[in-house]
Design a protein around this ligand. Structure first.
Ligand code: FAD
Ligand code: NAP
Length: 555
């Protein structure tokens, strides 16, 4: 248990074990939750496995880690003072600056005093007798709370493939999502990196500059767009700050929570020359805005093929070696259906003498050995191996906690065939347990800051509603949950996304049910649906008083 002493006047110097709300996680979701719950006068405790705030940006300290949403948009909007006073130094922020921002928020709103760091929540059981959650931590603390909010992150459980001989390797290993705080000096080292997803694509150019030799093991090539990062200019900053509230409001009404200047026509509705001109323009602007070049790239195969061809041609033009160029030119799945990557000099890096690309698509990595690894019958020796092998996304972190709802049913049992939620926010059978950016919400398909704020606002409004109406619990109806699960799936299959073996589909984890995890209907439509549900007295939810079996409506 933490020995931290609370300075809050509402607490004695021992933190209470009976509270209104327990929040798990102190990334951007947990921080904003604590701020809002405090404002409602609710006794709240936050538990965080890490040593400080920041979540993703605390853990992912690999070289080159950077945001793919512009700094002016990847930040909180809830405080006008905060958004006016904070100054970003670059167009796309690097991990250290985003972490500094999270730390600044924690300081500015005096949040740390209610957070226990280096503390894992291991157990959360719902007690039907009193409608309370019983929560345990890895330090043996037992707590009781009316509400539990899982702000545990979508990409917070690292995944290392179960390679044969993993433990036999004698060199150093690193995972991008759990990078040493002191950094890693690869000077003079032979380094191997496994994976070519977003994390690897950012790390490879930086590691290549330092290492004696870098060997990249690629199973599936990725589409990547140059970031074209640069310093923040005072004019650009001011163009946002002069009317920040309006721009934020506009972003909330887009599909992905980003003002990306969507070109609202089909790629097939313009001439070949015009299409190329527009793709070229977007390529020059850089970043994920490329996917907004036309309005049908995620849903129309012919349009998507044009965009994919364009990017493949760019890759072929950048990479000198034609064999490498062809290996790096992504194919076999539509562009954007695995998360589109952004990079700084990624493809150029393969023109360096000290970088080797090894294709493991046909001959997988067979085993790790004491010296390195073996694939295609060939041994590779390394001083260090970097796993850029991703995460057990969206469900992995939640399922690591022993969560039990009504009747002692575990979340793992409920989700055996894949996650089932209503609005990605709650699960039938698990009253008063909320998830921020849970499966079935737009979350990872959006600017996460926009999605996080929307979820936190909805959850805290819901809690306030219950309290104002003398209600104790809320829980989705089975029918509402079923309908939402069907809708999430239906919308996904209207797009090209299910064609890819992506983590969106759970395809990166052996044995994980294959279904589309986030909601792809758009943050705009999703927000409208959530607002509608709340305005209708939380339609689709049973609102109850403990001890009264009948669901009641407060209307
Ligand atoms: P997280 O930041 O993941 O925080 C969750 C916290 O919960 C973690 O600190 C974890 O330690 C803690 N936790 C989990 N389980 C427990 C437990 N049982 N007990 C105690 N603590 C627990 N999003 C974008 O919109 N744009 C981007 O460019 C972007 N880039 C990204 C780059 C990387 C490398 C990664 C991994 C993700 C990126 N994301 C991006 C997504 C990013 O996760 C979100 O933007 C956002 O930071 C999530 O905040 P969060 O608080 O919801 O979750
Ligand atoms: P990822 O996209 O899941 O990539 C993992 C990589 O490891 C893939 O190339 C995968 O190949 C490879 N891999 C996994 N197991 C392997 C095996 N056994 N053998 C060989 N290769 C293997 O993970 P990530 O790069 O960490 O990114 C995860 C998500 O975090 C991103 O999609 C994004 O949402 C977020 N992120 C964003 C940014 C950003 O730009 N802001 C940066 C980093 C991360 P396959 O494709 O063949 O499975």
């Amino acid at each position: 248990m933490s020995s931290q002493v609370s300075s809050s006047s509402s607490y004695s110097n021992v933190k209470p074990s009976v509270v209104d709300v327990i929040v798990v996680g102190a990334g951007f979701s947990g921080l904003y939750l604590l701020h809002k719950l405090r404002a409602l006068g609710l006794r709240t405790r936050v538990f965080e496995a890490a040593g400080d705030v920041g979540g993703t940006w605390y853990w992912n300290r690999y070289p080159g880690a950077r945001c793919d949403v512009e700094s002016m948009q990847y930040s909180y909007s809830f405080s006008e003072e905060l958004q006016q006073e904070w100054k970003w130094s670059e167009r796309f922020s690097g991990q250290p600056e985003i972490l500094e921002y999270a730390q600044h928020v924690a300081e500015r709103f005096d949040l740390r005093r209610d957070i226990d760091f280096d503390t894992l929540v291991t157990v959360a059981h719902f007690d039907e007798g009193n409608g309370q959650w019983r929560v345990e931590t890895n330090h043996g603390e037992h707590l009781t709370a009316q509400f539990v909010v899982m702000a545990t992150g979508c990409l917070s459980s690292t995944q290392v493939p179960d390679f044969k001989g993993l433990d036999s390797y004698q060199g150093k290993t690193y995972h991008t999502g759990d990078w040493p705080h002191e950094g890693v000096d690869f000077t003079d080292q032979r380094v191997g990196i496994i994976g070519t997803g977003s994390s690897a694509i950012q790390a490879i150019p930086v590691i290549a500059e330092q290492a004696a030799h870098l060997t990249v093991f690629q199973r599936t090539p990725n589409y990547s767009i140059p970031t074209r990062n640069g310093p923040m200019t005072p004019d650009y900053e001011q163009s946002w700050k002069s009317d920040y509230a309006k721009f934020r409001a506009d972003a909330r009404q887009t599909r992905v929570g980003v003002l990306a200047n969507l070109n609202d026509v089909s790629a097939m509705s313009v001439t070949e020359a015009e299409r190329q001109r527009i793709f070229e323009e977007r390529w020059e602007i850089g970043g994920t805005y490329f996917m907004a070049a036309f309005n049908d790239l995620p849903i129309d195969q012919a349009s998507n093929d044009k965009a994919a061809d364009f990017v493949r041609d760019k890759i072929r033009a950048i990479v000198d070696d034609p064999v490498n160029a062809e290996l790096l030119a992504a194919k076999g799945y539509p562009i954007g259906t695995k998360r589109i990557c952004v990079d700084s000099q990624y493809f150029e890096t393969f023109n360096r003498d000290n970088v080797t690309l090894v294709d493991v698509s046909k001959a997988p990595i067979e085993a790790l050995t004491p010296d390195g690894l073996v694939t295609g019958g060939q041994d590779y020796a390394f001083d260090a191996i970097v796993f850029a092998t991703g995460f057990d996304a969206m469900t992995g972190t939640l399922l690591k906690i022993d969560i039990q709802g009504r009747g002692g049913r575990t979340l793992g049992d409920k989700w055996q065939a894949g996650p089932r939620t209503y609005l990605g926010l709650m699960v039938e059978g698990f009253p008063n347990m909320f998830m921020i950016t849970g499966p079935g919400s737009p979350s990872v398909l959006s600017n996460m800051m926009v999605s996080i704020e929307q979820h936190v606002d909805w959850v805290t409004d819901g809690i306030e509603y219950l309290r104002n109406n003398n209600l104790d619990t809320m829980e989705p109806d089975r029918a509402a949950e079923d309908a939402w699960v069907t809708h999430v799936n239906d919308v996904a299959y209207e797009t090209l996304y299910p064609q890819a073996n992506s983590w969106y589909m759970g395809a990166n984890i052996p044995g994980k049910p294959r279904l589309f995890l986030p909601y792809i209907g758009g943050v705009d439509a999703y927000r409208a649906k959530c607002d509608e549900v709340a305005a209708a007295g939380y339609e689709g939810f049973a609102l109850q008083v403990v001890g009264q079996p009948e669901a009641v409506s407060a209307e």
